[in-house]
Ligand binder design. Structure first.
Ligand SMILES: CC(C)(COP(=O)(O)OP(=O)(O)OC[C@H]1O[C@@H](n2cnc3c(N)ncnc32)[C@H](O)[C@@H]1OP(=O)(O)O)[C@@H](O)C(=O)NCCC(=O)NCCS
Length: 429
């Protein structure tokens, strides 16, 4: 067996041998295939990059057909069961689990960088009262680049580490303050006595009490949700981070672009759409007619389907369990009944079975967030906080990868050519 592809160009009759490595061919090799010396090389047309590998990565492994997700080789189920978010963040960014001393140092560093410059506070206070928290988060993460101009030195390992620590540490502060702003409540400063996730809850919900003491079951459930969102290989927002990062801009600007990508309803906004859908369905009796509408192409079953998973999303299973833990504290969300029934009917329906549409991570996460009393606009902010270590691990990999280049896809031009411009004064005469 030879690891190559023989291509015959029927335009010229010429044959080419294209090497295959790691199950891929190099697009540049196809570029050598030309209809004539002065003709452009053959390119690949792939909107949405559905079959294009943009990098080599050792961060996250996904087998979408089997429903497997691993961070640095560790199955998501085991990490969700026995690890915590900060340890997972360490794992993603360092490539291996920490020793006790390494973890303690990491936790200490992250904890002591949770504060932001007071000017960031003034900056955030400047937003309109009804500003979407995700827009505020995107802007404030971008603004951090102006507070840390040293972050531009992306070739220095120590410097990169500093920015990674700062960003993981400050995301909950920015996220919580975006939430408080919309509520007209004063911003709560970080409490360094609390764990990463407990401190986040404190900055969100603390009022006049001296110390905020969240229910440990809620802290654990939110920590697990963060773990589940920590990375997902080359998804749309990570691709945005890598694409912007490929210009060698500072990591705050690159991550701000990831937050922007996550803002979209087809990515991080899906759980908000799931809740709206469940509310619209209203009761179990209305599910069959809703499903009919989906099958007729009138609407989508939000929280179902995934570009990569053609099986049950492993995160959806873990989330279902976390939902039970949260509802034990908060009481059951009445929409859960509709969601469970909807899932049952869809999983038995030929339309969904044939297309391999299963619940994804967003199908149940919105129900949990609502139980926490987060308004829907906050759901994506929570996703962004969880995803930050993954974005940074991917960025770190990118900036050290000698094969990477500035991201600059090709196009198939379909517009007009060589028109003669007539000045407005003549055209409008
Ligand atoms: C996630 C998503 C964007 C993936 O899209 P994709 O990989 O481009 O898949 P496609 O849009 O090509 O879908 C393939 C088929 O399944 C159908 N389909 C996909 N998701 C569907 C859904 N949620 N409800 C109903 N039909 C769906 C498509 O209409 C298409 O059917 P067709 O072959 O008859 O045309 C898509 O499944 C979706 O929009 N899901 C709902 C939003 C969501 O939950 N997003 C969160 C992702 S974590």
């Amino acid at each position: 067996m030879t690891d190559s592809l023989t291509v015959r160009d029927n335009r010229t009759g010429q044959e080419y041998d294209v090497p295959i490595a790691d199950g891929t061919i190099k697009a540049a090799d196809l570029g050598k295939i030309k209809a004539g010396e002065d003709q452009p090389g053959l390119a690949v047309y792939d909107p949405g990059f559905v079959n294009t590998a943009s990098c080599r990565s050792s961060v996250t492994f996904i087998d979408g057909d089997k429903g497997i997700l691993e961070y640095r080789g560790y199955p998501i189920e085991q990490l969700a069961e026995g690890s915590n978010f900060l340890e997972v963040a360490y794992l993603l960014n360092h490539g291996a689990l920490p020793t006790k001393a390494e973890f303690d140092a990491w936790e200490h560093e992250i904890t002591y960088h949770t504060f932001v410059h007071e000017n960031i506070k003034t900056f955030m206070e400047g937003f309109r009262y009804d500003a979407h928290p995700m827009g505020m988060l995107m802007a404030s993460v971008g603004a951090l680049s102006t507070f840390y101009p040293d972050a531009r030195d992306i070739h220095d390992a120590e410097n990169r580490h500093m920015q990674i620590v700062r960003m993981i540490a400050k995301m909950p502060t920015l996220g919580a303050w975006s939430f408080r702003h919309a509520q007209g409540k004063p911003f709560v400063y970080p409490d360094n006595e609390l764990s990463y996730t407990a401190n986040f809850l404190s900055m969100l919900f603390k009022m006049s009490e001296k110390t905020f003491e969240p229910d440990p079951r809620l802290v654990r459930a939110l920590d697990v949700l963060f773990i589940l969102h920590a990375d997902h290989e080359q998804n749309a927002s990570t691709n945005a981070v890598r694409s912007v990062g490929s210009t060698q801009v500072d990591p705050y600007s690159a991550v701000a672009s990831g937050v922007g990508a996550l803002y979209g309803p087809l990515h991080g906004g899906a759980n908000e759409a799931v809740l709206r859908m469940l509310r619209r369905i209203g009761s179990k009796e209305n599910i069959p007619s809703f499903i009919e509408g989906v099958k007729n192409g009138n609407e989508k079953l939000m929280g179902f389907g995934h570009r990569v998973y053609k099986n049950y999303d492993p995160r959806a299973r873990i989330i279902k369990k976390a939902a039970d833990d949260v509802f034990e504290v908060t009481g059951v969300n009445p929409l859960l009944e509709i969601a469970l029934e909807l899932e049952k009917i869809a999983l038995e329906d030929e339309y969904f079975v044939k297309r391999k549409l299963y619940p994804n991570v967003d199908f149940y996460s919105g129900l949990i967030y609502e139980a926490f009393q987060f308004p829907p606009e906050m759901f994506t902010v929570l996703f962004a906080i969880g995803r930050t270590p993954g974005w940074l691990a991917q960025w770190l990999e990118l900036v050290q990868d000698k094969e990477q280049k500035i991201a600059r896809p090709k196009q198939i031009y379909t517009g007009a050519r060589t028109l003669d411009f007539v000045p407005a004064s003549e055209r409008w005469a």
